[in-house]
Design a protein around this ligand. Sequence first.
Ligand code: ADP
Length: 507
Amino acid sequence: MDLTSDQLPLKICMVASEVVPLAKTGGLADVVGALAVEFAKLGHDVCVMLPAYRHVDELGYQMTEGVRLAVPSAHGPIDTRVQEVFAPPLQVQGAGRLRVFVIRHDPYFSRSGLYQEAGRDYPDNLDRFAYFCRTVMEMVIHLGEHEGWQADLLHVHDWQAALCAVYLRTLYQGRPSLTRTRSVLTIHNLGYQGVFPATQFSLTGLPLHLFTPAALEFYGQVNVLKGGLIFADLLTTVSPTYSQEIQSAEYGCGLEGVITERKGVLSGIVNGIDTESWNPATDPYLIAPYHISDLAGKARCKKALQRELGLRPLKCPLLGVIARLTSQKGIDLVIDVLPELMELDVQVVILGTGDPHYEQQVGEWAARYPGKIAVRNVFDEGLAHRIEAGADMFIMPSRYEPCGLSQLYSLRYGTVPIVRKTGGLADTVVGYTPKALKESRATGFSFTDSSSGSLLTCLLLALSVYRNKADWQRIVRTGMAQDLSWSRSATTYVHLFRDVISGARDR
Ligand code: ADP
């Protein structure tokens, strides 16, 4: 085969604490699972590594006996098994190769939670994930020495995997099978940094001179993500706007200085969505499938949703919210505009769990306006699909939003997103202006200030445009026509990977 360097398949080792369908608490798992499959579909040779949680065993997927490694740790060598798992959603036929490995040391990972139990973080999380990263390094060396599989890249995700990037440039620097390996750290949410007391630093196995503000020290504590930000060869986050925002004190969660110093190697790549399970034309949760060229089914979905939720069967606009009820999602702004909205001819549905205080408040509003506001404080995948299909508008006034998925589902389902212009929301929704509408670019409505006044003004604008059926249809269809697939994101990642491997993006 005579391939140019742009065509040569890469050997990519993806390291994460969550990967669908094996372990999931949030969007990280979806992103890693989908990207792994896309990289392999593009012809690359991919290994995914995650801990062997108890839940992984309970899924009953076939596993190999695995290899045994003696993994160095602060407590001495730990007898470890690394097993390959065969999970059908993570198998790719015909293109590149995708292998999934779980790292087994039951005292660390055979527990009921991934990071916590009964709302309390496990006290040994640094120990657990430092061990996880050490094992990844040992396994990558093993693959290099025994299978000739020399990783081009360690693609590590969030703080739980960030120590791999540190180890590559410190404890494992100069190891023969790692000489050409580069590291990429993807930040999914800067809010989670892996911060631990200074007394735990020795658990990382790193030399004490790295416990300084220039490396892993953060105001007297250990900050694992900070280590990754400093040592990784390339940094990415999940939208271009978020990659800019996290360089500011407002969004940087204390790490803005470090991130700004490394902005030359930082990029933002918007996540894709699973366009098979989120497809209004084939969605099994919907009473009536529909398509960009025939939206009749959407009207039937709306009627069915009103019935399901006990809302009156009116023709008025139906506004949807699906979110964790937290201040990040700006749910308080939604609550603040409910009095004004209830004066108007609109209906509202809120699906979400989270802060009990918000759950109670939205519940009280539903009780006050039966037939006009519906609230469900449950996690219900089917209802989420039916709201995305049945609502006319989707409200997402997040304070910060690294990427956001719900607004992408809304675009695909012809439900016009109303978003705060931040992070991935700013990058994926083109806010209405008469000019953007005329040019068929508008896909939603957006506002800047994190205030209920700005949200209300934006909602009133959307409601007035809604009255013009032709304009509204244009916005709906422009949104539905967007390419939200993973293949686009994966291709962008691979371009960056090639740059970092060829040295075009030097540290
Ligand atoms: P985040 O990951 O910050 O919570 P995203 O918008 O990226 O926000 O993703 C949230 C995902 O969780 C979406 O798929 C959304 O539909 C789903 N979701 C959130 N709350 C619920 C709920 N109560 N029931 C069903 N799905 C939910």
